[in-house]
Ligand binder design. Structure first.
Ligand SMILES: Nc1ncnc2c1ncn2[C@@H]1O[C@H](COP(=O)(O)OP(=O)(O)OP(=O)(O)O)[C@@H](O)[C@H]1O
Ligand SMILES: [Mg+2]
Length: 254
C-alpha cells in the first residue's frame, strides 16, 4: 500500500490542510487511511482529534521515537475514520536527540513495516529537512509536494526537487512525485505565472486539480470537521474531492 510523504520545507504551503482533507476523503471513500503527524506543532493531530490531542507524549509518535514503543501501539481511530499516529510538542526533541545519527532516519520505515498498515499512509511533514522529514522521505515511496501560488514557494520546490533526486540516488530507487498547487487565486497574475512555470518545468508531475484559496479550509479544523462536513458544496470540498479522485484514478494511493 502506498506511503506518501506530504512535504515541502517551506512553511504554510498547506501540507497539513492537504493531509487532513485527503486522508478524510480516502476514509469517506471506504479506505483504511492512515495519517502520521511528523510535526511537533501537532496541527494534524489537533484537527483529527477535534481539538483533544493526547496529553501523554508516550502515547504518541514520541513514544515510538524516544521510548522504542511499537508504532502500532500509538495508532488511534479518529472520529473522521482516519487511523492517526499522533504528534506532541515533545517530538521536537527528536531532532536534537538523533540529529547526527544516520540510522535514526530509518526508524519510521521499520516501524511502519512492523505495524503493517491496512491502507494508504499519508505523512504530514514539518517545514524543515531534518531527522523527522528524512524519516518520512525514507519511509515513503511517493511524495506529494504542496506549493502555494507565490514566488518563494516556487523556489522551495526547485530546491526540494534537487534534494529528492539526491535521495533517489542514495536509496537506489525512484520516488514518485506529484506537485499540487494550493491557495490558488486565478485573479492574481503571480499565481498564474507560478502555475505556468511549474507546468513548464514538471509537466505531468503537476496535479491537474488546483486547490483554490478558500477560507472554509482554514476554519474547518477549528470545529473538528473536514472540509466535506464543514462546507460540502464549497470550493474547498470540490477541490480536495477532485484532488483525491485524481490521485486515486492515477494510482497514487495504491
Ligand atoms: N486553500 C486554502 N485557502 C485558504 N487558507 C488555506 C488554504 N490552505 C491552507 N490554508 C491556511 O493556510 C495556513 C497554512 O496551512 P497549513 O497549516 O496546512 O500549511 P503547512 O504547510 O502545513 O504549514 P507548516 O509548514 O507550518 O506545517 C493555515 O492557516 C491554513 O488553514
Ligand atoms: Mg503543517
Amino acid at each position: 500500500m502506498a506511503c506518501i510523504a506530504v512535504f515541502n520545507q517551506k512553511g504554510g504551503v498547506a501540507k497539513t490542510t492537504s493531509t487532513f482533507n485527503l486522508a478524510t476523503a480516502l476514509a469517506r471513500a471506504g479506505w483504511k487511511a492512515w495519517a502520521v503527524d511528523m510535526d511537533a506543532q501537532a496541527h494534524l493531530t489537533l484537527a483529527l482529534t477535534a481539538g483533544h490531542p493526547p496529553l501523554d507524549p508516550a502515547t504518541t509518535l514520541c513514544g515510538f521515537f524516544n521510548q522504542q514503543r511499537p508504532l502500532r501501539e500509538t495508532v488511534r481511530e479518529t472520529p473522521l475514520g482516519v487511523r492517526l499516529v499522533p504528534s506532541h510538542a515533545e517530538l521536537a526533541k527528536v531532532e536534537s536527540l538523533y540529529g547526527s545519527n544516520a540510522q535514526a532516519t530509518l526508524a519510521l520505515k521499520r516501524g511502519l513495516a512492523e505495524a503493517e498498515p491496512d491502507g494508504p499512509v499519508l505523512i504530514d511533514c514539518c517545514p524543515a529537512l531534518g531527522v523527522l522529514s528524512l524519516n518520512a522521505l525514507y519511509a515513503a515511496d511517493r511524495v506529494l509536494i504542496p506549493v502555494s501560488s507565490d514566488y518563494l514557494s516556487l523556489q522551495s520546490v526547485v530546491r526540494l526537487d534537487a534534494a529528492i533526486t539526491a535521495l533517489e540516488k542514495a536509496l537506489k530507487r525512484p520516488i514518485e512525485k506529484r506537485i499540487v498547487i494550493t491557495r490558488f487565486d486565478a485573479r492574481r497574475k503571480l499565481a498564474q505565472q507560478v502555475a505556468q512555470t511549474l507546468l513548464d518545468r514538471y509537466g505531468e508531475q503537476v496535479c491537474k486539480t488546483r486547490i483554490r484559496e478558500c477560507v472554509a479550509l482554514a476554519e474547518s479544523p477549528a470545529v473538528g470537521k473536514d472540509i466535506f462536513a464543514y462546507q460540502r458544496k464549497g470550493v474547498g470540498a470540490q477541490d480536495y474531492g477532485a484532488l483525491a479522485y485524481e490521485l486515486l484514478r492515477t494510482g497514487f494511493f495504491r
